[in-house]
Design a protein around this ligand. Structure first.
Ligand code: NAI
Ligand code: 15L
Length: 269
């Protein structure tokens, strides 16, 4: 596959979409933006709901790849998750198949494996082939997305990198996040690697920085050419002074998914 130039970025109005539409053009991409909401400062962005199959097909026409970030990004009702994240991702893959787009980079999430106990002490890092253990309907929809991506590779030869993103924000805001944090700069590096690596078939990788307190294996991401530059440890003193170290007796600290396992944040719409 030649290096993609024109990339459809879905979810462009969201937090991660906003960070990536700022950073990815420096890698030479011509981004086509899509969201169901207006995208600040981008009057040409396509306002399309993932429910609208005809509009989605038009949106993917002619692009070299899709970076699919759109969808519900927290817990919600099963019905809302079903529409946005299950039917929505199916509609996206159907559009991609119909229009012959060769590569998708899919925003999966650590919450597809959120009930996996976090490593403690000398425990090995969690591999990408650890059994799926979703911690929410949201995590379950990400698990579905990974399976759908595998199906579209096996059946139609559409390549996908499913990125189980940890938490991509400007800074980690709690002690768990020091283990799963992906700096925006590393996010752009990883998405660029996922868009350009040759012969990815369907690959699943974890998405985070090279954190000192990392919980999972970044080997598969590095195999795509990803070279993380950041480490959340620079925030450790401040965060530990504020919150203390992780407490093994606290259920919110027991699993990869943190408080999504106990009291997940709910999507507001
Ligand atoms: P966000 O909630 O800020 O943005 C999601 C965007 O998707 C919103 O702008 C929303 O309008 C759009 N959207 C939702 N439903 C849609 C629909 N039916 N049709 C069209 N657009 C729709 O989420 P964020 O943080 O930017 O995350 C982006 C993606 O990355 C999500 O898929 C999320 O699950 C995934 N992810 C993000 C992480 C992070 O740290 N930000 C961590 C793990 C996964
Ligand atoms: C996610 O999947 C969410 O989309 C994001 O908002 C963060 O909360 C992140 O996981 C996390 O695990 O912290």
């Amino acid at each position: 596959m030649p290096a993609p130039r024109t990339v459809l970025l879905t979810g462009a109005a969201g937090g991660l979409g906003t960070l990536m539409r700022g950073l990815l053009p420096a890698y030479g991409y011509d981004l086509r933006l899509l969201d169901m909401r207006p995208v600040d400062g981008e009057p040409d962005a396509l306002m399309v709901d993932l429910a609208d199959r005809a509009a989605l097909r038009e949106a993917v026409r002619g692009v070299d790849a899709v970076l699919h970030l759109a969808g519900i990004s927290l817990e919600s009702t099963f019905d809302k998750i079903l529409k946005a994240n299950v039917e929505g991702v199916h509609h996206l893959y159907e559009a991609v198949r119909e229009e012959g787009v060769p590569r998708v980079v899919l925003a999966s999430s650590n919450h597809a494996v959120g009930f996996t106990p976090r490593p403690v002490g000398d425990d090995p890092l969690i591999p990408v082939d650890t059994p799926r253990r979703p911690d929410t309907f949201y995590g379950l929809s990400k698990s579905f997305g990974e399976d759908l991506a595998q199906l579209y590779w096996d059946k139609y030869g559409i390549e996908t990198v499913s990125v189980r993103i940890g938490a991509c924000f400007l800074e980690p805001v709690n002690v768990r996040m020091m283990s799963v944090w992906m700096s925006p700069g590393d996010g752009a590096r990883l998405f660029h690697a996922a868009l350009t690596a040759p012969h990815v078939k369907h690959s699943v990788v974890y998405g985070s920085s090279a954190n000192t307190r990392l919980w999972w294996d970044l080997g598969p991401a590095r195999a795509l050419g990803y070279e993380p530059q950041d480490d959340s440890e620079q925030y450790a003193e401040k965060l530990i002074a504020k919150h203390g170290e992780l407490d093994p007796a606290n259920p919110d600290h027991a699993h990869l998914g943190g408080h999504f396992c106990t009291n997940p944040p709910v999507w507001p719409y």
